[in-house]
Design a protein around this ligand. Structure first.
Ligand SMILES: [Zn+2]
Length: 240
């Protein structure tokens, strides 16, 4: 038995220390934002987020253990997503979304991490992403949110800067606008209680941008940017 214990210790893969949970936003009857390519062709955020998360997983799983909160088109509540993070013992939680605005000219990509803010523009994005399956706002304990922010904000900010920095350079040839790294109060990040990000990869409400973000080149460049950014963050965290 003693030898078995030793064997187990020495056979543990080193990469096991870094488990990343990718969270494709929305799903099932909860479509997320809806874009229109023309009068009859609709594009759903839930489909784009699943496609992009799958590509990020493909790049990242070459070096790390990666899970998805959903791998098919199905409804998953925000609490269920957080519960999966506990189940797989995720070190990082990355939620993948696409943006939408009543201003059809709004465009660009932005990277969010969990923190308090008072920006009216950000609150609109929060409202979109905090909606639950029943379309109601989720009641989340404010004390728990504050505690989670306190415990994760430093790591989440460093992760956001690393990922966004890579996205900026990887997406340059595509010509999509950089809207920066922002603070947001997203319940899915608060509930997951670990360092994480919420990515808004581009606007489905902007017809020109919708065409760009659907393209394979954009998806590939974005996915590689996120994977490389996460690797940069984990490398720096470990030190020399
Ligand atoms: Zn979304």
């Amino acid at each position: 038995m003693k030898w078995l214990g030793l064997w187990l210790i020495f056979s543990l893969p080193t990469a096991a220390a870094n488990v990343i949970l990718l969270d494709p936003g929305h799903g099932g009857e909860e479509t997320g934002a809806i874009g229109k390519l023309d009068k009859s062709r609709r594009v759903y955020e839930k489909d784009l987020s699943l496609r992009l998360a799958g590509k990020i997983k493909h790049h990242l799983e070459k070096t790390h253990t990666v899970f998805l909160t959903r791998s098919v088109d199905r409804a998953v509540s925000l609490q269920e997503r957080a519960d999966i993070a506990d189940k797989v013992k995720a070190d990082l939680f990355v939620s993948v979304h696409f943006n939408s605005s009543t201003d059809i000219k709004a465009h660009g990509f932005e990277t969010y991490y969990l923190d308090n803010n008072h920006d009216a523009a950000v609150r609109k994005v929060e409202k979109q992403e905090n909606i639950t399956l029943k379309g109601e706002d989720l009641v989340v304990n404010q004390i728990l949110i504050d505690l989670t922010i306190q415990q994760t904000v430093q790591a989440s900010r460093a992760l956001a800067l690393a990922v966004h920095g890579r996205l900026r350079s990887h997406l340059q040839p595509v010509g999509i606008t950089n809207r920066g790294v922002k603070k947001g109060l997203f319940y899915v990040l608060a509930l997951s209680k670990r360092p994480g990000l919420l990515l808004e990869a581009g606007f489905v409400s902007n017809m020109g941008e919708l065409k760009t973000i659907q393209q394979e080149e954009f998806m590939e460049r974005y996915a590689l940017g996120v994977a490389n950014g996460i690797r940069d963050y984990l490398k720096n965290k470990k030190g020399p």
